[in-house]
Design a protein around this ligand. Structure first.
Ligand code: ATP
Length: 255
């Protein structure tokens, strides 16, 4: 436990979330390690996406949401500090479906840095190249940076979304089922990319695909009905679960 405490990037303590009267998360506590992949698994509706969205306060955008408990990132309680824009710069997000803007590949990746006030062409060129390289898509798009991003395949678009997140120089990247809309080859590419990115970023990924959780993550949290039932090193969760409900889920008995 000591080592876990030393390397925790995100500490969640007694987190409960309500959508109006409906409680979706119940006293969730977990520490998320720095620079690695933490997978959130569990059946539909168990609160995985809700939990993920609390980590960069995306739920603030939904009316009637009430949150109790603490989330501390780098020793800062993110619900006490008010600079949500800064938080979302540090904690980037990639969604289930690629959500690129109807503009060029270049402009999509440069969008965030420009919004932060970077106007210098040379610096923007560098950020765009670095981010696309970081997302393992540079070679595929370097000759068509000025073409519409929407002309790329779904898998390429998702990697450009990851480049767009990287361009903001975050520490944490949240991924909400990032491959569920992709074909198997694109999925593999995104999984290989996640394996690269985890050296530099703290990644939290929601996935329905248990093989994917087993392949890409270092630690796994199993959610059920808004609670964390088990949280451990991924291999233990899949090969030697402590809770019967985890075992039933990972062996496909429900879900
Ligand atoms: N905007 C919302 N307003 C009201 N209830 C919501 C809202 N979003 C989610 N919920 C409810 O909160 C609970 C948790 O939903 P959530 O989407 O977090 O689960 P999930 O585990 O991510 O599910 P899935 O795997 O199907 O995406 C569900 O009962 C859901 O209906």
């Amino acid at each position: 436990m000591k080592q876990l405490e030393q390397t925790a990037k995100i500490r969640v303590k007694d987190l409960s979330l309500f959508y109006g009267d409906k409680q979706a998360l119940f006293d969730v506590s977990l520490d998320i390690q720095e620079k690695g992949v933490t997978a959130l698994i569990g059946p539909s509706g168990c609160g995985k996406s809700t939990f993920l969205r609390t980590l960069n306060r995306m739920n603030d955008l939904i009316d009637g949401v009430k949150i109790n408990g603490n989330i501390v990132i780098d020793n800062e309680d993110i619900y006490k500090s008010t600079d949500v824009i800064k938080l979302r710069t540090r904690v980037g997000m990639v969604f289930q479906k690629p959500n690129l803007f109807p503009m060029s590949i270049y402009d999509n990746v440069a969008y965030g840095p420009r919004a932060q006030g970077i106007k210098n062409k040379k610096i923007l060129n560098e950020v765009v190249e670095e981010s696309l390289r970081g997302a393992a898509i540079w070679d595929e798009v370097k000759d068509r940076l000025k073409s519409s991003a929407l002309g790329l395949s779904g898998g390429q678009q998702q990697r450009v979304c990851i480049a767009r997140a990287i361009a903001m120089k975050p520490d944490v990247i949240l991924m909400d089922e990032p491959t569920s809309a992709l074909d198997p080859i694109s999925t593999l590419k995104v999984e290989e990319l996640i394996a690269q990115l985890k050296k530099d970023y703290t990644i939290v990924i929601v996935t329905h695909n248990m093989q994917q959780a087993a392949r890409v993550s270092d630690k796994t949290a199993f959610f059920l009905n808004g609670e964390i039932i088990e949280y451990d090193v991924t291999n233990n969760v899949f090969s030697n679960p402590k809770d019967q409900r985890t075992e039933d889920y990972v062996t496909g008995r429900f879900g």
